[in-house]
Design a protein around this ligand. Structure first.
Ligand code: SF4
Length: 195
């Protein structure tokens, strides 16, 4: 629903936290959640603000996680299939969807973010969900800290799960690339890269 009225400091901070936590694809949210970018993005702002923005970031990050789990729960309830090496752990997380509840306080948010069994992150750019387990994460070999690096997701990682929706999107994207590669308008070297 579109909000009207003046944009005060409090409303601006909530909006900023929402955008940091959810775009693009939760990448920044994850970095903030685990600390790499919290200082860079928010410390200067927080230092000038009376209460800081960290609590709001935790709340919005936890809400993004809860939304992912709730959507997964809904998909599974409607009979969607799920596959991938982390499918079982994703199903377990979805079964706890009701426990994420309505997140209103930073304390509630941090309890969710600390719960490793709820660490399910949507990765729409790679058409998958990352069911994060540090010991299995292949993106750590690319030099990251204790957080999944969704923009460097490794297709063979054991933390990957896909619902039917992800699989359909992936198939559509593959067909789209094949169509582009088959086009007479596309130079051969580029067509070879698309295949
Ligand atoms: S490589 Fe694994 S841990 Fe890293 S983002 Fe992809 S699925 Fe998650």
């Amino acid at each position: 629903m579109r909000q009207v009225g003046a944009i005060g400091t409090e409303r601006f901070r909530r909006t900023l936290a929402w955008h940091i936590a959810r775009r693009p694809g939760g990448l920044v949210a994850l970095a903030i959640q685990y600390g790499h970018m919290r200082t860079a993005v928010s410390a200067g702002y927080a230092a000038r603000s009376r209460d800081g923005i960290h609590d709001l970031l935790d709340i919005e990050t936890a809400r993004a996680t809860a939304d992912t789990i709730a959507a997964l729960h809904e998909d599974l309830s409607e009979g969607a299939g799920i596959s991938g090496p982390a499918a079982r752990r994703a199903i377990h997380a979805a079964a706890q969807a009701q426990f994420t509840g309505s997140i209103r306080s930073a304390r509630q948010a941090r309890a969710i973010l600390r719960n490793s069994s709820l660490a399910v992150h949507d990765n729409p750019h790679a058409y998958l969900m990352c069911v994060y387990n540090r010991d299995k994460a292949l993106c750590h070999r690319l030099g990251t800290g204790d957080a999944p690096t969704l923009d460097r997701c490794v297709p063979s990682c054991a933390n990957i799960a896909r619902t039917d929706r992800h699989t359909a999107q992936l198939t559509a994207q593959a067909e789209n690339l094949e169509e582009q590669a088959a086009s007479q308008m596309v130079p051969h070297p580029l067509a070879d890269r698309l295949l």
